[in-house]
Design a protein around this ligand. Sequence first.
Ligand code: WE7
Length: 157
Amino acid sequence: MATRSKSVLFVCLGNICRSPIAEAVFRKLATDKGVVDNWLIDSSATSDFNTGSRPDSRGLACLQKHGIETGHRAQQVTAEDFQSYDFILCMDESNLSDLNRKAGKVKNTKAKVELLGSYDPEKQLIIKDPYYGCDEDFEKVYVQCVRCCTAFLEANS
Ligand code: WE7
């Protein structure tokens, strides 16, 4: 398989809570499987509100607890992303409608825009915004991301 022949962009509202966790988890899983060089992996926001920010400290603590680091800075999804990525995977119905509205303004879109939760073997479709939640809510996001990213990677290997 050629280098970075497949691509996935994880997306949530601000790119500081859920999508940086999903990105870091997917990169770890792909690394452990020895297939990380096949993938372009990134994460972005539907909103520009947090552009340039580091992930939420509670999310960083959660990742660190599981032995994962990230130096990600928040960025907003671009029109080009819909033309270049194979998959744009988001967290909730609000993300999905924002992304589909943005995609509708772009010519020659390639990306499959889907809920990351649609890959969950335990069928929890929505990965809820933990922004106003507690550490436990971030842990729940992490566990959902592990289940979904494992299944997504398996489905695209
Ligand atoms: C969030 C957020 C999240 C909510 N990350 N923010 Cl204050 C605001 C306004 C527009 C866009 C963004 Cl991103 C933010 C900051 C960052 N996960 N979740 N805001 C949120 C959650 C429930 C109800 C309302 C909001 C703004």
